[in-house]
Design a binder for this molecule. Sequence first.
Ligand SMILES: Nc1nc2c(c(=O)[nH]1)N[C@H]1C(S)=C(S)[C@@H](COP(=O)(O)OP(=O)(O)OC[C@H]3O[C@@H](n4cnc5c(=O)[nH]c(N)nc54)[C@H](O)[C@@H]3O)O[C@H]1N2
Ligand SMILES: Nc1nc2c(c(=O)[nH]1)N[C@H]1C(S)=C(S)[C@@H](COP(=O)(O)OP(=O)(O)OC[C@H]3O[C@@H](n4cnc5c(=O)[nH]c(N)nc54)[C@H](O)[C@@H]3O)O[C@H]1N2
Ligand code: SF4
Ligand SMILES: [Mo]
Length: 755
Amino acid sequence: MDTNIKQNIESTPTFGDQNDETPSMGGGLPIIEFWAEHTLSPSGPKLWKTLLHKSACLSCSWGTGGQKGGFTNEVGEKLQRCMKSVEAIAAEIQPPISANVFSQHTINELQQLTSLEADRLGRLSFPMILRAGKTHYERISWEEIYQIALSAFSKSPERVASYSSGRSSNEAAFLLQLMMRSLGSNNLADCSDLCHAASTTALKQMFGTRTSVVDLENLKQADCVVLAGSNCAYNHPRLMNELIKLRDRGGQVIVINPIEEIGLVKFGSPAFPIKSLLTGSDISSLYLQPIPGSDTALFVGIQKSLIEKGMVKIEYLQAYTEGWEFVVEQARTTDWETITKICGISQPEIEAAATIIGKSKRVVFGWAMGITQHNNGVDNVYSIANTALITGNVGFEGTGVMPIRGHSNVQGFGSMGVTVNLKTEIQATLEKLLGRSLSRVKGYDTRALITAADDEKVDALICLGGNLYAANPDSTQAKRALGKIETIIYLATKPNLGHFHGLAKQNTIIIPVLNRFENPHKTTVESGNNFVRLNDEGETHIKNAELISEIEFLTELAHRIHGEYPVKWRKLQDTKYVRQLIAKTIPGFEKMANIDETKEEFTISGRIFTEPKFPTPSTKAAMFITPLPKLILPDQKDFGIPESIKGVIVSLITGRSYSQHNTVVYKIGDQYRGMPHRNCILMNRGDAESVGLKEHQRVTVQGDAGKLENVEVIYGAVRQGAALMFYPEVNAIFKAQIDERSGTPGFKRVPVFVY
Ligand SMILES: Nc1nc2c(c(=O)[nH]1)N[C@H]1C(S)=C(S)[C@@H](COP(=O)(O)OP(=O)(O)OC[C@H]3O[C@@H](n4cnc5c(=O)[nH]c(N)nc54)[C@H](O)[C@@H]3O)O[C@H]1N2
Ligand SMILES: Nc1nc2c(c(=O)[nH]1)N[C@H]1C(S)=C(S)[C@@H](COP(=O)(O)OP(=O)(O)OC[C@H]3O[C@@H](n4cnc5c(=O)[nH]c(N)nc54)[C@H](O)[C@@H]3O)O[C@H]1N2
Ligand code: SF4
Ligand SMILES: [Mo]
């Protein structure tokens, strides 16, 4: 392979020093160093301009920025911008990739790039196509793109699909689903299918809502937060400020996580430079490290203890819930031995958690991927919400259930109807708008899309952002499946592994798009706290290029496919009209109609419960019993490894390092976990030593779909039987069990053999 392409990339500076010592707390001075390094660098002025632009932070769903300015949150607090935001912007303000990169390097060479190297190439700036049998991506005209797309999307509606990732706007999301549904296709796969689908499914059944019932104001009233399966010190850093303030006012934080994440024990936040940054603030009051995948058992244990202590709010259950008798009965009759054996937490520790929850006046229960990404993800969420309900902690200020969402507008995509489970109200209004009934054929979610493609049932795919190839388990299957689709169109800001490995059978097209702070029109996004932000128009630093806005591309494509009637697609290039359509179609978004004039950002109506009355048919919350998981691990022989080879089977947690955004790696090391590079496995010392392994030794990690070799063992505060590796690289080696009810892959409990 031509090494030039790699050499060029390696000479661009990566972020920070790889060899820092493992810090004794999360956050702290490295954050300030990072800010200084970036804001004082040659790209500093561009970075500042973007930070001050009136648009929402690109990175996570916690949400900040918008009309109040780059550093102000929805309740008007200042200095609300974390370094993850800077990291995301820094990647977007990279120079454009020179055309030579694609004319001089074959697809085989591009496939040698790592995620970090692909991202470091720079910004995409002209449309390209890789045609069947060709070795290079080449430039393509817009006219030819529309012709190819038109013929691809004229196939039978069941054979066309979209995939999307939550960084695009509400307007783009709305148009995407309108275009697909107008075609007669419900195949609207979305990254949320791999993420919080279990939360959406469970919350809808229990409360008739699909999102968090807690807003920022509410969180500020809580005196206890239960944080399960979230590493917000890395992934939602400003949530840490709320936890620090909660501890300062005498509140308690219970963390539930098989890994002792240092930032969830102690965190130094730059928002409190004097009292927190240098010395760190205590976060967890109680830290429980259960076996991966066992949270349902742990929460049933907490319920059992609450019952035994007489801390259950029976009057609340009777008045506001249904099915509670069965839930209470399940917890009462499940014996302690079963519970403690499954979750690996002792009875006294479970009781300590129950006491804190039972004695607190207002408890918020928050969770993220450690809860949803399991084959029983929906049960996990039920068990958390059951615990909230039996203690009367939903429907009052300072209480509630709070899925901590992923991408900065992933929740907006769901609200706009980019989902295979469309709300009946939205379906009805769309039918009125289009003047005909919509297809009732069940659409493909992300996993179903991959399976259908692998079965040769998909001809055309449009990807609005994201990285479908690398986000899925079993990379070999993902690659093979995408390779059976005739035409794939990727809309993206920067190249990623999917553009080089997720290649279509005939035509793979890459469309370079403007990002949130560059669009020539206003857009909106929705945070995980149900707050809608308005993004101002902006401009791009990339000159003499052919970038297009997602809105322009989608409306033009829809116009070519559908013509002028009943939707005047080209008129919708003025996003003001899209917002008017959204206001008319999407429940809770009425204020969108005038947002262009009022500039009033808002909390979506009907989402935050201030009384325990819910949008369910009976107005009561429905409770469901939660079967305890059977956590069986395969045997060594199931991995096809002879008994003579010594090794250990562990439940592998696959997730994010400190410096990556999903499939995009920004920096190779994870300093807070002491992992110097990507090819590490974080292990419990006892597990490693039990089979004669030592720290820094190189091992093979074998899953059910492949193996990674030369992996460095790093000892960490991981509970016995568990280990951690980073995605997307690790997706090469396992197939993942799927939660049947939500379609979510079990990314957090992957059985592997380490030897
Ligand atoms: N900087 C940055 N921010 C991000 C992202 C990013 O990649 N980078 N990604 C965004 C997206 S899309 C998402 S979904 C979120 C992800 O945010 P998180 O959910 O916080 O991220 P993960 O790294 O997937 O893992 C969460 C935690 O779950 C724990 N865990 C694993 N298994 C279990 C279990 O069985 N039980 C319990 N209780 N805990 C478990 C892990 O140890 C880990 O600490 O962050 C969003 N924000
Ligand atoms: N093993 C394992 N696998 C996982 C997970 C895990 O924890 N473990 N987590 C899962 C989760 S929670 C998620 S959400 C998925 C993430 O899956 P995706 O959302 O599909 O992946 P991302 O890496 O976030 O996508 C990044 C790409 O989006 C493009 N992009 C960025 N901004 C824009 C924009 O404004 N417009 C457009 N059109 N494109 C843009 C860029 O080209 C960038 O390369 O991965 C899932 N996969
Ligand atoms: S916490 Fe999330 S939304 Fe807030 S600044 Fe950081 S990355 Fe952006
Ligand atoms: Mo996610």
